[in-house]
Design a protein around this ligand. Sequence first.
Ligand code: ZN
Ligand code: ZN
Length: 257
Amino acid sequence: MRYHIDTIPVWDAQKLDSECLLCALRRQIERGEVERFLGGSVMEPDTRVQVNAKGFCQRHHVLLYAQQNRLGHALMTHTHMRETRQKADQILSAAVEGSQGKDSSRIKRVLGRGGQDALNAAADALDRLTGTCILCDSIESNMNRYAYTLLHLYTHDTAFRQAFEGGKGVCLKDAALLLRMAAEELRGKEQQAFVQALQSLIARNMQRVEDELEWFTLKFDYRNADKPWNNSRDALDRAVTKLRSWCLGAEPDGKKE
Ligand SMILES: [Zn+2]
Ligand SMILES: [Zn+2]
């Protein structure tokens, strides 16, 4: 797959020197998307259709809610709810028929499998129905583009390669994103060099944050109360980022709330 290359945001994120440059980019996109969906401008019809179909995940409902635009949030939720109610009724009606031992065309069409398994199939269908998010999808497609760009810069721009290899790198979640992209887009020596660099980068930086987190815990010992924090004051926040991708603490792109 080919992606549009967008080098400036990736270079800017690398220069931030945060624990994960891809988390910083993801958060920038997320903030922009939350504002865009609640923006005053009329939503494109195609986007509207997708909002109705997919809705938002829990995290993104929380972020939309925090924007304090209750009308905009309610309008999108209303049309999504109308569509979801109809789909849920199809699923649950098929479950009713399944529980009655029927094997109707509705069961086959809505659930794919009937008979004894109709209730589990209906549960799976409800899980899928409540597992979609247009914001997550949009973020994911942007992140694929940034991961692709990062690999492109790594293989074509010596200055970027040096900055990346000497930097704080990425979280484990984004290491997975980069590995998948490297499997897709890099071959031979380029792939080997990148994977080797990623391994060293993560080993070195995980060790650093682990040591900082240990010092953070030791600072709670009264005998260490007067000793300096060094870089450990926010070590817990940064350790969580390294392990699970950014979700708490200071904004990963340095933006002030
Ligand atoms: Zn990350
Ligand atoms: Zn989401």
